[in-house]
Design a protein around this ligand. Sequence first.
Ligand SMILES: N[C@@H](CCC(=O)N[C@@H](CS)C(=O)NCC(=O)O)C(=O)O
Length: 221
Amino acid sequence: MSLTVYGAPLSPFVRKLRLCLAEKGLDYQLEIVLPFGQPAWYRELNPLGRIPAFKDGDFDLADSSVICQYLEDKHPERLSLLGQTAEQRARVRWLEKYADYELAPLSTFTVFRNRALKPSMGRPCDEAAVQTALMSEKLPPHFDYLEQCLGDADYFVGDSLSLADLAFACQMVNMEHGDEQLDAQRWPNLAALYARIKARPSMQAILPDEQKILAKMSASA
Ligand SMILES: N[C@@H](CCC(=O)N[C@@H](CS)C(=O)NCC(=O)O)C(=O)O
């Protein structure tokens, strides 16, 4: 079995896949592909040009959620991150999708992109866009909803770690890379969940490298 993840460590979707692999105890190689200026061969793995893509031997796939679900189906003997019952599995998919499609445009593609990525590429940060994402009716209502979904449980679904928790935490990492923290006074349960996921060995194994990349990026800004 030879598993390869194609992508870059600071992408929340690449991070989600790497955490999923680590939580399942699956070894893989990371082949760096950036989300821009990709080599022509990458289009064969993902014609949309987005990261991550993935190879299991000769079999290739794209999209973090699709790849994580493949890993779930392929390795039923390993830790399940999708929930046990039909209801739990549906709930995990909903919350994973919520993080990937509702949080990401704000936490990653607005806060992180403007504060961390653009300056490292010699482009100005659009601070007004960042403030709108943070302060207005953008991120806060999403956090209100997720805080209510979590309640005082340790994890979003079924009292155990799932892709819902990982997808949410991955977006929070990018927000933090963009110098913003989840307000623990306002969303205490979400902040505690994030701290819990961040402390896991799977996350601790990859964050130091991410910090190094960020430091290099801010040195070149
Ligand atoms: N739904 C996709 C989203 C992947 C995605 O948007 N990745 C970004 C990097 S964080 C990307 O590759 N963007 C380049 C582009 O859209 O051209 C997944 O979960 O894999």
